[in-house]
Every structure is written in C-alpha cells, then in structure tokens.
Design a protein around this ligand. Structure first.
Ligand code: ATP
Length: 238
C-alpha cells in the first residue's frame, strides 16, 4: 500500500468542512491518531461476531450495512432517486424501501445494479467519512464492518484489511441455525467473491472455523497487532 489509505476517507470528509485540520489525514490536531480497519468476509463468516468482540476490546465499530439502510430512509436524496428510477414497486406502503424487491430487480442485471450503486455508494461513503471525522480526542481503532468492502472499492481506503473466513460448509451450517435454507445460503455464497479472492487481499485473517473461544483468542491476537499498528501510525504522525 502506498501510504496509509485510510486517510483518504478523512480527506474527503474534511473537504466538506471549511478549515482543514493541521496534520493531515486522520490524525487529529491533539496528536491523536485513528487506525481504520476494514472488516469483511463472506455471508455468515462471523463478521458481526468479530466486530462485537473487537468492540469489547475497545474498537469503535461502524456498521456499513446499518449506514446503507440509513441513507435510503424515506425522503433522503438516495431514496428519491431510487423511487424515480425503480418505481413504486420497490416501496412498502409506508414508503420505506423493500430491499428484497430491489435486490430481485438488480440481481442478474449489471446495468441496474450499477445504477443502484451510483445512487447509494456516494451517500454511504459520505456518511462513513462523517463518522470518521466526528471528533476523536484520543487514539482510536475504528472498525468498518462491511460485507462488500472489496467490491465497493472501500478496501483500498482502509489502513488494515481484516478478513473473517469460514469454510463454506460452516457458513451454510451457521446460516441454517439462523433459519436460512441451505439452498439459499449456497446461492448467496456463490454470488459473492470467492474465499481466495478475499484472502488474497487480506492484511490479517481470522479463521472462524472453530469455537467461539478459539475465535476470541484470535481476536485477542489481532487486537494486539492493531494496537501495535496504531502506535506505529501515531509515531509516524508525531
Ligand atoms: P452476515 O453475513 O449474515 O451478516 P456475519 O458474517 O456477520 O453474517 P455472524 O452473524 O457473526 O456472521 O455469524 C453467523 C452466525 O454464526 C451467528 O448466528 C453467530 O452467532 C454464529 N457464529 C459465529 N461465529 C461462531 C463460532 N465460532 N461458533 C459458533 N457460532 C458462531
């Protein structure tokens, strides 16, 4: 990576503010630093479980899926564009977006998927940048939990790309325990990046094949490594 890419999101956020902070990037005037960690993985690989464990150890978690829902709330600019381009069939009677109806339209239609992404991605990126820009008066490890981190290009803007990995059978089994039919789980896994594609991009990997205890131990190791990298970043900034 050339330089800390996580800084790019900080820069975007500051370009919307009148007076850029001294020091550049995500480094705060007070000398505090932020390490931006992108967390991704296949469906049911354990992203939420890992982000919860990282939060317990002190990370600030930004849930991209939550933000993706926020930016299409009724009457937001993205919601208006979706209504105009995709029609009233993608709205529930109360005006909220019927995400399944929208997913059905864009699934297998790259043009429509690209249009939806053009509408939603800038709004999502802007909201993430706002969250990062929100004052940090202390050093922070910020985890951006995003299923489509690599696909959306956000992975290029994080300081550390952390991948949660589970073998396909384990994904299907855990999704079944959450009530998803095995055929649906397999279809969704098949529509995602392959594990090889994801792992090739990873800076750090958590293998979530085993027990929650095993996962906790790996998260401890990852947390120590993130703290080390944050200290390094702080040293560079100072
Ligand atoms: P999604 O892609 O659906 O958002 P996810 O990648 O965030 O899923 P989780 O929700 O964290 O994955 O995990 C999927 C399911 O597997 C959850 O019910 C979770 O409690 C369970 N789970 C995760 N890791 C383990 C583990 N090591 N042992 C047992 N169950 C686990």
């Amino acid at each position: 990576m050339s330089g800390p890419p996580g800084r790019e999101l900080g820069r975007e956020a500051r370009s919307a503010t009148p007076a850029p902070a001294q020091g550049g990037g995500l480094t705060r005037e007070q000398g505090a630093a932020v390490l931006l960690v992108g967390l991704t993985g296949g469906i049911g690989s354990g992203k939420s479980t890992v982000s919860g464990m990282l939060a317990e150890r002190g990370a600030e978690v930004i849930d991209a899926d939550h933000i993706a829902r926020e930016v299409v709330m009724p009457c937001t600019p993205a919601w208006c564009k979706i209504r105009d381009h995709f029609g009233p069939g993608v709205l529930y009677p109360d005006g909220s977006i019927d995400r399944q109806a929208l997913a059905d339209i864009v699934f297998g239609d790259p043009g429509k998927l690209a249009l939806l992404n053009e509408i939603t991605h800038p709004a999502i990126f802007e909201r993430i940048a706002e969250r990062l820009e929100a004052a940090h008066d202390r050093d922070a490890i910020v985890v951006l939990d995003a299923a489509l981190l690599i696909e959306t290009g956000l992975a290029q803007r994080v300081d550390v790309l952390l991948v949660a990995h589970s073998p396909k059978e384990v994904q299907v089994e855990r999704l079944a325990a959450k009530g998803m039919a095995s055929s649906q789980a397999k279809a969704r896994i098949a529509a995602q990046l392959t594990p090889e594609e994801r792992l090739a991009r990873a800076d750090l990997v958590i293998d979530n094949t085993g027990s929650l205890e095993d996962l906790g131990r790996q998260v401890d190791d990852v947390w120590r490594e993130l703290e080390r990298r944050l200290a390094e970043q702080r040293g560079r900034a100072g």
